[in-house]
Each structure stands twice: as C-alpha cells, then as structure tokens.
Design a binder for this molecule. Structure first.
Ligand code: BTN
Length: 254
C-alpha cells in the first residue's frame, strides 16, 4: 500500500535491499526507458558513490539512500543546478520533519552545526544539445549513532538520530518527494532564479571566509554571492572576484 501523495515522483518505485549504488540501478532503469519520477530506494549500498570520486558510507537501514530519474526539457548546461534545487527542497522537507538547523554548504552538502547530514550526487546522460536523463542521488544519514561511524567521518558526519530528531523513513521519504516534486515543477515553470534565491537564503557559505580547492588551485577568499549559473563568487584579498564552477570549499573558523 502506498503512502505517497505525489503526482509523479515515486509513482514508479523500486525498492532493493542491497545494491552497489542506487544511482547505478536508476541509470540502468533510465537507459531502459524508466519514466520521469522513477525512484530507487535501497536499504544498503556496498559501493555507494560520492562527489569527486569519493565513496559514500551507506550502512543497512541507517539512512535514506535513494535516486530519482528526471527527464527535463532544459539544456544540459542547466543540469548542475538540479543539485542546488534538490538541496533547497531537502531543507524545506527537513523543517517539516522537525529539523530546523540544517543549512547548505556550496554546492550541495547539507550540514548541521558544521557536520554533514546529506550528500547529493547528480549524474547526467545525453548530448550537448539534449538531456536524455538525469539521476539525482541523495544520501541522508538517519539512524547512525556517533560510535557507529567509521573513523574517517566520525568528526565530520551527523545523522537525524545524532541531532535528536526521530524520523520515520517512510514518512520522511514522502515529505521529501513532495518537496522535490514541488521545487522541480517550479523550476520547469519559472526557471531556476527563484530556486537559486531560496538556495541563498538557506546557504551557510555566503558571507563567510572560505578556502577554495578547485582543480589544481587552492586559495582563500570571501564567498560573496551565487551567480545565475549556480557558481560561487569569491572575493579575494586584492578585490578581484573569482567564480568557482567545480571543486570544494571549506568554511574557515571565524
Ligand atoms: C557527496 O556528498 O559526495 C554525494 C553523496 C551522494 C550519496 C548518494 S546515496 C544514494 C546515491 N547513490 C550513490 O551511490 N550515491 C548517492
């Protein structure tokens, strides 16, 4: 029986106990023609994937590890903004679920008190001219406790449980898919501008001194704005402004 209240997101629903990566499963389904809104939810990933070729710790039953298939008609260069869109929708969903302290670190990590709660990995398939499909993979730590985290993320990760917020994963998934669908329909109808404005509101990066690690280049500056393409604008000591397209930033302690 279904608790879903969405129109398309999650209507085509695949639940798999254990996979290498839900993104890989969703990409295969998409390649075979799975419709927009197809959702793959898994209990455990044995080779969960993160951004920048990192892994993603996805223990059995301790998270919401899932992927959504999108087939937007906008141009491929717009695709990276889907990740920002997902982060905005997640913040809204988390507020409904009783977690009000989450913020977005550019481009799309969701942090609570400096610790990572969520990772988003967007993968696209298609040509320069047209998107065939996008798979948005979302990993939310729900149940892990501090002592269950492996050493390498012990001090940098958090979970709903660790923040003292109890979540029912089924209810949470429904709320999340609802907010995602709403945000996506808004983007399709109006473009990304209002979503990027909401991203700025939820950002914990803007206004902060940061260290930027772009490919082949590490430097410091102040994160001053997000441009219309979703790039982070960094003001350097000499007053020049840099746009970060890809890479990572860390917020420097005040
Ligand atoms: C990151 O912050 O580096 C992104 C992590 C994304 C993890 C999710 S979990 C569901 C989906 N399947 C994957 O293999 N990765 C994403």
């Amino acid at each position: 029986e279904s608790v879903l209240t969405t129109k398309t997101f999650g209507r085509n629903y695949h639940y798999v106990p254990s996979v290498e990566s839900s993104n890989s499963v969703a990409r295969e389904l998409a390649a075979q023609g799975a419709p927009e809104g197809t959702v793959v939810v898994v209990e455990e990933q044995v080779a969960g994937r993160g951004r920048l070729n990192r892994g993603w710790f996805s223990p059995y039953g301790k998270g919401l590890w899932f992927s959504i298939v999108l087939r937007p008609s906008f141009l491929p260069i717009e695709a990276p903004k889907c990740t920002l869109m997902a982060a905005v929708a997640l913040i809204k969903a988390f507020r409904r679920l009783g977690l009000n302290t989450a913020g977005i670190k550019w481009p799309n990590d969701i942090l609570v008190n400096g610790r990572k709660l969520v990772g988003i990995l967007t993968e696209m398939n298609g040509t320069m001219e047209a998107i065939a499909y996008i798979v948005m993979g979302i990993g939310i730590n729900t149940g892990s406790t501090q002592d269950e985290l492996p050493e390498f993320i012990k001090d940098v990760a958090t979970s709903f449980a660790m923040e003292g917020v109890e979540v029912d994963r089924r209810e949470a998934l429904n709320v999340i898919l609802e907010e995602m669908e709403k945000q996506y329909n808004k983007v399709l109808a109006e473009g990304f501008d209002s979503t990027l404005a909401e991203w700025k509101e939820f950002s914990i990066t803007l206004g902060k001194d940061v260290e930027v690690r772009a490919p082949g280049n590490t430097y410091e500056g102040k994160a001053v704005d997000l441009d219309r393409d979703g790039n982070l604008m960094i003001e350097r000591a000499d007053g020049s402004v840099d746009r970060v397209v890809a890479g990572d930033v860390s917020i420097r302690p005040a």
